[in-house]
Write a protein of this length. Structure first.
Length: 366
């Protein structure tokens, strides 16, 4: 089964696309964004997919690619056009190449014109294609910088994208109006720049008079993307939590696994760490001493009271929130962060998982 997800960066209006082969457990990410590496890794983990490669449609001028960060996190290969002039890529792509993920693949089509290194990725059954900035929904990428050429872009779109089957769905690199998908048939008929009876002279005239300002981040994004997103200083400080082995869910909640918390608590008995982590149980009072019991040292602060009582917690010490299943305590992390506590994590699976892994409790029944 094909796994497909369309993800969005609201700052640059960039779409990132995940394609996965569920049976093989392998995936690709097209046009990842630097700031969303954590989100993308969480989604891959939750879907049970291994990232094989990141594919950029071109050297972007409005955001920095997440390719390098994802390679560090997942071991994925970095791929983009040989014509892009970028360094640090693992594979430089050419027209006609294929990139496989499990039993599926995308075909690489060179579609220069917006930049000379633009690529469109076409799914093996031609049911969908990922056009980057070469073709947008009822529009196209500009052609006035980065080796752009209106004449070349006209040929690329007409010969390599609009020549696909009419039913083929087209997914752009950006959209600034909230539109998500179009089709070859729609763009052939309705694209005001490239559809209908428009010829190359019409298109060149249109593109030469857009009068657009350059992207605000161009001077930052282009040099960074020519390094495939690799920072000048690889040792730049990470914003990953360092007080415990945590993972971030796709919904944005930091979690700690029961065994990791149990091991940390056991190791703390002979050192100063016992008082470091604050365990906050957000269940109701009757649940605190029911059959599941509670974790030794946990502080009972029901979710209904948490916002009002957050000041009782030491903001300098980490907090782990706990409930029956992990649902209420996930919301508790949100409330505590709003209250100004930053080092907060949810106990994954709550007391149900804690008990299932035979970790010690107080007042619980065997």
């Amino acid at each position: 089964m094909l796994v497909f997800r369309q993800l969005f960066d609201p700052v640059s209006s960039t779409y990132t696309y995940l394609l996965g082969d569920a049976a093989a457990g392998e995936a690709l990410l097209i046009d990842p964004v630097f700031e969303h590496e954590r989100r993308d890794v969480a989604l891959l983990r939750e879907l049970g997919l291994r990232l094989v490669a990141t594919l950029d449609t071109h050297v972007h001028a409005d955001h920095v690619t997440g390719a390098w960060r994802l390679q560090r996190a997942c071991g994925s290969l970095i791929m983009l056009s040989e014509q892009g002039g970028a360094s640090n890529a693992d594979r430089l792509l050419h027209h006609g190449d294929r990139v496989h993920f499990g039993r599926r693949h995308v075909e690489v089509r060179a579609t220069p014109g917006h930049t000379n290194g633009c690529l469109t990725y076409v799914l093996d059954d031609q049911a969908m294609a990922f056009t980057g900035d070469s073709l947008l929904i009822r529009g196209c990428g500009r052609t006035d910088f980065q080796q752009g050429s209106a004449e070349q872009l006209f040929r690329s779109v007409r010969e390599q994208i609009l020549s696909l089957p009419a039913h083929c769905l087209l997914y752009p690199g950006h959209d600034y109006r909230g539109l998500t998908v179009t089709s070859v048939a729609e763009e052939r008929q309705f694209n005001p720049r490239l559809g209908g009876d428009v010829n190359v002279a019409d298109f060149i005239g249109y593109m030469n008079h857009l009068g657009l300002p350059h992207p605000k981040l161009m001077d930052i994004a282009v040099p960074a993307n020519l390094r495939c997103g690799r920072p000048d200083d690889e040792a730049a400080r990470s914003d990953e939590p360092d007080w415990a082995p945590l993972t971030c869910t796709f919904s944005g909640v930091w979690e700690i696994q029961p065994t990791a918390l149990g091991e940390r608590m056991a190791g703390a008995r002979s050192g100063p760490l016992a008082a470091e982590i604050q365990i906050v149980d957000v269940r109701e009072p009757p649940e605190f001493s029911d059959a599941l019991g509670h974790i030794a040292g946990a502080r009972l602060m029901p979710l209904s009271e948490l916002a009002a009582r957050a000041a009782e917690l030491d903001a300098q010490r980490p907090v782990v929130t706990v409930c029956r299943s992990g649902a209420r305590s996930a919301q508790a992390t949100v409330l505590l962060r709003k209250a100004g506590l930053q080092r907060v994590a949810n106990l994954a699976g709550g007391m149900l998982r804690w008990r299932a892994e035979s970790l010690p409790v107080v007042d619980g029944l065997d």
